[in-house]
Design a protein around this ligand. Structure first.
Ligand code: DGT
Ligand code: CA
Ligand code: CA
Length: 575
């Protein structure tokens, strides 16, 4: 057990005692001890002689005993008992600026509040102002404080969480007690933001699994711990919930903990219609289990084919499954190339050749180098002269590859990411665009235009016969920048009428088109290009998040232009 963990437990103890209204000297002693331990430059666990702890400033005999128990057993009985107190959950409230132990006890005793969420409700219903000593001003302050804390507890981006969660899964997979392991929750559904990570394990011996989990090197805090479920906070700031179930329940639990909640509720009610109980332990007819080892069994029991996790949002997937009309979703392996890639000619970090080689290594048949046009000041945009040289380099590279020994089935397409100026004109004239294999247009400036202006601006660009793809169509940056104002219906109609494709930009903070917009585009019969906008070869991996978002938008391989082999794609680009 680390110093930090010990200190945190001591602080928790002081907080619970404080809410309970214990002797202030006793409370103060725990806080002082925690402060001392946090400031140490060595680990207490490395002390040969544990009695030395008592010599530390501010740490008396009673607390020394407790620290020793923590170091020896990893647990403290006194703390475990204290955690059972009805006041223990209230320490969460102390995170809110302006809420002290007295307030916490008061709202609990008078209003039954046990969590930040319940406190928020009570404040919004103006119940706090009625309490003795609080009043309207304090109520307002508390609401503001809750907003601040909430900001802190914000959701994480898919691309941030995904590799870190995978690491944890791989570490746990090593354990011999782990029979099966899977991600669940929003991460398995590949939502664009993730609240917390859910992991599910099948095992007949949960103890060693729980133990390994709470002792993973990533753990900075064990938020809760039981015999088959636990939650940790990682050093990267996110929470991971682990549940261990028996192998015969794995499918049922996997289905349940994948969610979404709305989807689960529908499945459960389909079960009820058939006289079945569907829950995280299995599918039951009376007391008899009739399935639950696999997710397929769960779906089958309610008369449905398997529904992929990305669709499980109760957005029509159940009705589609009933009619056997689920989409045949696109997969990573369907992608044959990347149609929006940068190089060091503008703001990328690799040469065109390096980008091409890395793409070949992935098994791609083509990439389109789409460096920037001049308007985007910061990116060293291509002037017409530089674009000409840029194109000559691509021609040379293509020729070199075609002469190389062995059959090379790969082509670098000459492209551009050309700016749509605020008046709807493009940054290059048609003469230049005509000479390129592919033209991607994008909005990078004047995001504040009115919806009418922005829609007109984009549609004007769509009407240019040389344009092929409209990049990152809403301009949103997840958690950072709202989409600009644009009439999506009109935009998509213009896109369809002019035979253009919309990009699903897989750059982690873009994922633009969003899942919902993908679905809308599909309904209108618009083609999509799933592109990474790679600025270095490592960014090609982001295609995974693009494909996942497309799957959430019910996209099939036929809807996506970069699933086409080179020859077919070239034809499409020329039409
Ligand atoms: P998140 O973590 O906010 O990104 O979203 P989820 O979907 O991962 O939600 P989470 O972690 O609270 O719960 C994981 C799954 O467990 C959720 O997708 C469905 C299931 N679940 C949780 N609570 C309930 C519930 O009250 N009823 C039902 N039917 N399922 C639930
Ligand atoms: Ca979750
Ligand atoms: Ca969770």
């Amino acid at each position: 057990m680390t110093n930090q963990e010990i200190a945190e437990i001591l602080v928790h103890i002081s907080q619970i005692l404080d809410i309970q209204g214990e002797n202030p000297f006793k409370i103060r002693a725990y806080i002082k001890a925690a402060e001392t331990i946090e400031a140490l430059t060595y680990q207490l666990s490395s002390l040969e002689d544990k009695d030395k702890i008592q010599e530390l400033p501010g740490i008396g005999e009673a607390i020394t005993k407790k620290i020793k128990e923590l170091l020896d057993t990893g647990k403290l009985e006194y703390y475990e008992d204290l955690k059972k107190s009805e006041y223990a959950p209230l320490i969460e409230l102390l995170r809110i600026p302006g809420v002290g132990p007295k307030h916490a006890k008061l709202v609990h005793d008078k209003l039954g509040v046990k969590s930040i969420e319940e406190l928020r409700k009570a404040a919004e219903q103006r119940k706090l102002r009625e309490l003795p000593g609080l009043g309207e001003k304090v109520e307002q302050n508390i609401l503001q404080g809750i907003q601040q804390v909430k900001k802190f507890m914000e959701r994480f981006s898919l691309a941030y969480i995904y590799p870190r969660a995978q690491n944890i899964v791989e570490e746990l997979r090593e354990l011999k007690e782990v029979k099966q392991i899977t991600l669940g929750g929003s991460l398995r559904r590949m939502k664009e933001t993730i609240g917390d990570v859910d992991i599910l394990v099948a095992s007949i011996k949960p103890n060693p699994v729980m133990d390994a989990f709470i002792h993973l090197p990533q753990v900075v805090k064990v938020a809760s711990e039981g015999s088959t479920k636990a939650s940790i906070i990682t050093k990267d700031g996110f929470q991971v919930d682990l549940r261990v179930v028996k192998p015969e329940s794995f499918g049922a639990a996997q289905h349940y903990f994948t969610g979404s909640k709305a989807h689960n509720i529908r499945i459960r009610s389909l079960g009820i219609d058939r006289g079945l109980k569907v829950n995280e332990y299995g599918v039951f007819k009376g007391n008899k289990s009739i399935g639950g080892k696999t997710e397929e069994e769960v779906f089958k029991s309610v008369g449905l084919p398997y529904i992929p996790p990305e669709l499980r949002e109760d957005q029509g997937e159940i009705e589609a499954a009933q009619k056997n009309q689920l989409p045949h979703l696109i997969e990573l392996k369907d992608i044959k190339g990347d149609l929006h890639v940068h190089s060091e000619w503008t703001d990328g970090s690799n040469t065109i050749e390096e980008m091409a080689k890395a793409a070949q290594k992935r098994g791609y048949q083509y990439i389109a180098i789409c460096d920037h046009s001049p308007t985007v000041g910061i990116t060293n945009g291509l002037t017409p002269q530089r674009l000409k040289k840029h194109n000559e380099e691509i021609d040379k590279l293509n020729e070199k590859m075609s002469r190389a020994k062995g059959k090379v089935n790969f082509r670098i397409l000459k492209g551009i990411e050309v700016d749509i100026r605020s008046n709807g004109q493009l940054d290059f004239d048609d003469e230049i665009l005509k000479g390129l294999d592919i033209v991607v247009v994008a909005v990078h400036t004047k995001f504040t235009q009115s919806q009418e202006e922005m829609t007109k601006r984009i549609i004007q660009a769509m009407e240019n016969p040389h344009v092929d793809i409209f990049a990152h169509p809403t301009g949103r940056l997840i958690g950072r920048r709202e989409a600009y104002q644009v009439d999506m219906d009109k935009l998509m109609d213009a896109c369809k009428a002019n035979g253009k494709a919309l990009e699903l930009n897989a750059y982690p903070e873009r994922l633009d088109l969003s899942d919902l917009n993908c679905r809308k585009a599909k309904e209108k019969g618009i083609k999509i290009a799933i592109s990474t906008d790679a600025h270095q070869d490592g960014h090609y991996d982001w295609i995974r998040f693009g494909v996942a978002t497309a799957r959430r938008g019910w996209i099939e391989p036929e809807d996506v232009i970069n699933t086409m082999p080179l020859v077919k794609l070239s034809k499409w680009l020329k039409h």
